[in-house]
Write a protein of this length. Structure first.
Length: 83
């Protein structure tokens, strides 16, 4: 919705860096899989604008930790095994 408002107000370029950071925050909230997608996209300069690349590059070194035990439980449940 913010991007639409930027377009209507002719502020797309002015707010591009802000929107890139908002995308990184959204992916972070969605979890580890989405963070990984964002990390992958952060090196695809052929697909995204420089502002979005800069925003997604924050996912390279500024992501919250994900507990190993939580990851292990998710994998064990998905694979149908226990440790």
């Amino acid at each position: 919705l913010s991007i639409l408002m930027d377009s209507i107000r002719n502020e797309v370029d002015d707010n591009a860096d802000k929107r890139g950071l908002e995308l990184a925050m959204l992916l972070t909230k969605l979890g580890p899989t989405f963070i990984k997608v964002g990390q992958t996209l952060s090196i695809r300069t052929d697909l995204l604008s420089p502002a979005y690349i800069r925003g997604l590059q924050t996912l390279q070194d500024q992501v919250p930790p994900f507990e190993t035990e939580v990851a292990r439980e998710i994998l064990e449940e998905a694979w149908g095994v226990t440790s």
